[in-house]
Design a protein around this ligand. Sequence first.
Ligand SMILES: Nc1nc2c(c(=O)[nH]1)N[C@H]1C(S)=C(S)[C@@H](COP(=O)(O)OP(=O)(O)OC[C@H]3O[C@@H](n4cnc5c(=O)[nH]c(N)nc54)[C@H](O)[C@@H]3O)O[C@H]1N2
Ligand SMILES: Nc1nc2c(c(=O)[nH]1)N[C@H]1C(S)=C(S)[C@@H](COP(=O)(O)OP(=O)(O)OC[C@H]3O[C@@H](n4cnc5c(=O)[nH]c(N)nc54)[C@H](O)[C@@H]3O)O[C@H]1N2
Ligand code: SF4
Ligand SMILES: [Mo]
Length: 691
Amino acid sequence: MPRPPDASPATATHCPYCALQCATRLSGARGAVEVRPDPDFPVNRGGLCQKGWTAPDVLGVPDRLTAPLVRDGDGRLAPAGWDEALDLVARRLREIRAGHGPDALAVFGGGGLTNEKAYTLGKFARLALGTSQIDYNGRFCMSSAAAAQTAAFGVDRGLPFPVTDLGDADVVLLAGANPAETMPPLMRHLDRAALIVADPRRTRTARRAALHLQPTPGTDLALALGLLHIAVTDGLVDKDYVGRRTSGFEAAWARAVAWWPERVEAVTGVAVSELRAAVRLLADAGRRYVLTGRGAEQHSKGSDTVAAFINLSLALGLPGRAGSGFGTLTGQGNGQGGREMGQKADQLPGYRSLTDPAARAHVSRVWGVPPDRLPGPGRSAYELLDAIGDGDGPRALLVVGSNPVVSAPDAGRVGERLARLELLVVADFVPSETARMADVVLPVTQWAEEEGTLTNLEGRVLRRRKLLDPPPGVRGDLDVLHELAVRLGEPAERYPRAPREVFEELREATRGGPADYSGIGYDALDAGAELYWPCPEGSPGTPRMFLDRFAHPDGRAWFAPVEHRDPAELPGPAFPLYATTGRVLAQYQSGAQTRRVARLAEAAPEPFVEVHPDTAARAGLADGQPARVVSARGSALARVRYEASLRTDTVFVPFHFPGARRANLFTHAALDPRSRMPEFKVCAVRLEAAP
Ligand SMILES: Nc1nc2c(c(=O)[nH]1)N[C@H]1C(S)=C(S)[C@@H](COP(=O)(O)OP(=O)(O)OC[C@H]3O[C@@H](n4cnc5c(=O)[nH]c(N)nc54)[C@H](O)[C@@H]3O)O[C@H]1N2
Ligand SMILES: Nc1nc2c(c(=O)[nH]1)N[C@H]1C(S)=C(S)[C@@H](COP(=O)(O)OP(=O)(O)OC[C@H]3O[C@@H](n4cnc5c(=O)[nH]c(N)nc54)[C@H](O)[C@@H]3O)O[C@H]1N2
Ligand code: SF4
Ligand SMILES: [Mo]
């Protein structure tokens, strides 16, 4: 149903941060922008979290970038004109390409970029630079869930149903997600449901749960195998559904059969009685959902872990059934759209594969080039950063929409690698930690200063709208890519500056692909249409996927025969504790934006290490004391925070802080073999007192 046009003069747009994309109304002039939640938008229905309420503050932070910066002879970043900065970047890119080939040039994108920017960035890399070396921070975020969902269902849309469907659920299993802090307005849709929460910590979400399972970090795969085992042995499998709608059950069961409850308890620390209670809750309910978050996914076996939770939901007959389902809670503002538009190393727009000849032919036709001008797949995000300084690795890097100095795993190593670049260019609106290392910094517009579209966690395409002109000296990312492309010899018309024009082109590029946007347009969205992909031209879009068939050629969902394995690093004598990392309500990601907002910085000023009092005592540490969290790779400073509900073998540190307080100084880069997701959620550490 189209919503009535807004009567007030406010600009209807969406929050700049997470994938919930809460709808907001903006009004006022620069310096006095007011934000109100949209009471009618079904996802947030008048709700916002602290970050959404304070988002206008980021528009006017004191160190907002308003002129390009170029590193001068003394090694300082100094203001420069746009032509000077762009000419310099283009010249250096050409020189490096001439000397070392196009793959010496690399691009690192972000899941917060609009669809139009993500699309243009992928095109810019493949055509203007001619490089295969492009990937993005979504690799650190959604890649394990994406790999598992694609394998199981034939296509990957985080939630294949509208978020509001959760409002009717009787039971929801949340595996490694803490939406009470990471997507607070989502909790209203979970009010009615009994929650089963799997999280080593007793989070705000877990406190709401009917049943809280506290697995050892890195053991969710065993947990999910154990739940499937009980479902099968207790005769709770939906045999009719499994027979009609799936394939591969026997092979998956052949693995789960060995995960009897006592063995699962021994590996996960979750009592047999709790495992049984969880299965009972799920099996007895009418409307049931299984949802995963980063806690289950950010592991060197993250894609197999998600597959194991999908196996469980398939055995219970949930996916593709009205009122039930499986999904993952996508994280970044455009975490969904950002992974479909072609900034991922192996993908072309429309969620097409870069190695599929038909996809290459289609996209190259839209781009007006022969298919052989499209490079093949490049390195994944961490591998791309880690290859810097190696013979055939990147020598120049363009970062658009990420702050990897803080957010990449084993960040000390990544920082050293970035320092070896011959050219680092960062487009941002604040001097992020990565921008501070750059040779050239390009100041760009923010959400309230630009138009575009984003695709939220339920696959719904939303309009970002402009309230304000950007400050003088600031340009849009599309503008920057246009200017660079032209300087690299590309035809100007290939890189439109206007988001609407880019969208018209990406409709064509995605036409016929798994994520088909050809039936979506700015005019329809502006008139209030609610459009979920796949949305082929002339169709009303697809709020609920898989009701009749899954996206594999045989129409079935595929079980995956997955097996548990240990994390890449286990505690031992030198590093006796598991460390895990994640988020707090008041900070966003690397903190580049939220640390600059006074009201948020007050709420979450510094990192803490959440630790059981007994564990702290063994390390000689008291509540509130400064500590060092030390791993084989490095250490991070954090203040001790007692938490008696935590497992005694585990500590938790948020990753939003820079410098010596970076959690990623102790994390490691063991990668999932399929998704190339780093193991952010478990490594071995010890605690020490810090001066
Ligand atoms: N406030 C805030 N909100 C955000 C963001 C933010 O930075 N700040 N970022 C957005 C983005 S990009 C994302 S991806 C989402 C992430 O949203 P979530 O997935 O909810 O966030 P995390 O805190 O990373 O991890 C969730 C939980 O996993 C638990 N966990 C850790 N290790 C394990 C494990 O081995 N097994 C299990 N089962 N659980 C484990 C942690 O204790 C944590 O409570 O949030 C989005 N929203
Ligand atoms: N230890 C640990 N590390 C983690 C995680 C974890 O759970 N634990 N989670 C991982 C996850 S899920 C994620 S998503 C990553 C996120 O980590 P990052 O990729 O570092 O994400 P942000 O901090 O959002 O960085 C975005 C940067 O781009 C800028 N920016 C925002 N919008 C735009 C735009 O439109 N254009 C341009 N040019 N710039 C823009 C912002 O100002 C900011 O500097 O961190 C990962 N790292
Ligand atoms: S939940 Fe996400 S989209 Fe909503 S206000 Fe908070 S950060 Fe913004
Ligand atoms: Mo994320």
